[in-house]
Design a protein around this ligand. Structure first.
Ligand code: GLU
Length: 477
């Protein structure tokens, strides 16, 4: 089993391409086969090395390891030309000299007749003299591949079952090389190069989105004309937005890098993409690793219907992944984010970071939450209205000043037991319940009546000396 992903580096790694990569990867790993990459960079104007780098980085980040070096399509021009020459020699392809004006008038006639657009194959059987006449006019030619209207194309698709196409529905003879001077071969086009390259890479299974179904019909005719063995095809359902339309740039977040920037983990994103079109066996549940999915993956459980993108499910999975992480692993992701905010220096105490990660971890949905929720541990967030009201109560002021009076210095760690004693003593001194002191302390430390576990919060702020300054500020307020 040899499969491939063939991304065009004309944009960043799109979620649809990444999902195709997931299915290829799972299939290859399930069968102990190879997962290859081919960079389809023949559209020179729109392709860029920066996009290639983004695609490779994105796949690596997702854990979709590929085998061998990626094949670069633009380096295979000779093989593409050889195939085109072969098709010209065998009569499967021919030069078409129709001008843009002639093509436009053909389309206009079809439009007027309410006919579907299709090429009229007018230059299929030009005599040598006719060809010479066009060349003498200085006309350039595209190369077209003959698609007979009565051709019958059948394949057994691993997702969609028995497929049938008629040559009549493929739009007429297909351009396989762009316009060029009549004796030359112009830039080869997608359907031709993909067949030549898939055959050269001995790809056994072509797994790609269902928007390529009509291309598959055309490509099967090319396999036959070139005398190449056909691969097996599997067309996966498209990813749809909430309205049920194909997910597109207009939906905002579509690039794998966007998801990463929003604080989604690679584990959750690949897990989610696997669920976009594949139904795991019941006993697996919905949270699994790529390796677990690979162990049972098969196309019999890939749905035909389009898969709607569901943010709630992705968020749930991302939360699961983050809640499963050890504090040390969470720090691995969070510390660079805190560094980027300017909150964290390399010289700071890693144990403090782990304690903070352990405190915040259970409530994180995305890693971005790990910025927002960590903020008050680095910066004074300001007081909200409820905290301001709380701090204005005279008994609260008395309790907090009692607390401050006995507060140890930040060089002396605050144990949980000592923290409890301080709270009890402050309650007694001010003649209020301990619960009131706790509520007030939270208001003084976080500027809010809500937040994570108070004692841990206090201990973390204490070791940076922030408890003292915040308590002092709450008293002068
Ligand atoms: N370069 C094509 C694309 O990105 C590849 C399609 C295919 O897998 O053949 O859509």
């Amino acid at each position: 089993m040899r499969v491939r992903l063939a991304p065009s580096p004309t944009g960043t790694l799109h979620i649809g391409t990444a999902r195709t990569a997931v299915f290829n990867w799972l299939f290859a790993r399930h069968h102990g086969g190879a997962f290859l990459l081919r960079i389809e960079d023949t559209d020179r104007e729109r392709s860029s090395p920066a996009f290639t780098a983004n695609i490779l980085d994105g796949l690596a980040w997702l854990g979709l390891s590929w085998d061998g070096e990626p094949v670069i399509q633009s380096e295979r021009l000779e093989a593409h030309h050889a195939a085109i020459s072969q098709l010209l020699a065998s009569g499967h392809a021919y030069r078409c000299y129709m001008s843009d004006a002639e093509l436009e008038s053909m389309r206009a006639d079809q439009k007027a007749a309410h006919a579907a657009p299709r090429h009229n194959n007018a230059h299929r059987d030009l005599s040598a003299a006719q060809q010479q006449a066009f060349q003498a006019e200085g006309r350039e030619a595209v190369i077209r591949f003959r698609i007979d209207a009565d051709a019958s194309i059948d394949w057994n698709d691993l997702v969609r079952g028995a497929m049938h196409w008629s040559g009549a529905d493929l739009g007429g003879d297909m351009v396989i090389a762009r316009r060029a001077p009549a004796t030359a071969i112009g830039d080869p086009l997608y359907n031709l190069v993909v067949v030549v390259d898939d055959a050269a890479m001995t790809i056994s299974h072509v797994i790609r989105g269902e928007d390529h179904i009509a291309n598959t019909a055309k490509q099967l005719l090319l396999y036959a004309a070139l005398g190449l063995p056909e691969p097996v095809f599997a067309h996966t359902p498209l990813i749809l937005n909430a309205e049920g339309r194909k997910l597109s740039k207009r939906d905002g977040v579509t690039s794998v890098a966007d998801f990463r920037d929003l604080g989604y983990t690679a584990e959750a994103l690949v897990n989610y993409m696997t669920l976009l079109g594949w139904s795991p066996p019941d006993e697996m549940g919905e949270r699994f690793s790529l390796a677990e999915a690979a162990a049972v993956f098969g196309f019999e459980r890939v749905n035909r219907a389009g898969a709607r993108f569901d943010w709630d499910k992705l968020n749930w999975l991302n939360g699961q992944v983050l809640h499963e992480r050890s504090p040390a692993d969470l720090c691995h992701d969070l510390i660079p984010l805190w560094q980027a905010e300017g909150w964290w220096r390399a010289s700071e105490d890693p144990e403090w970071a782990e304690e903070l990660a352990a405190l915040l971890g259970p409530s994180l949905v995305t890693l971005q939450d790990g910025i927002e929720q960590a903020r008050p541990f680095f910066l004074w967030p300001g007081c909200d209205a409820a905290a301001t009201t709380q701090l204005a109560i005279p008994e609260v002021q008395a309790a907090l000043s009692a607390l401050l009076e006995h507060l140890p210095g930040s060089e002396q760690p605050l144990t949980a037991a000592a923290a409890q004693e301080l709270l009890a003593a402050a309650a007694k001194a001010a003649g209020v319940k301990k619960g009131v002191v706790m509520k007030s302390l939270r208001a003084a430390l976080l500027g809010s009546l809500q937040g994570p576990d108070l004692i841990t919060t206090w201990r973390l702020l204490h070791s940076r000396g922030s408890d003292r300054s915040r308590l002092e500020n709450s008293l002068t307020a």
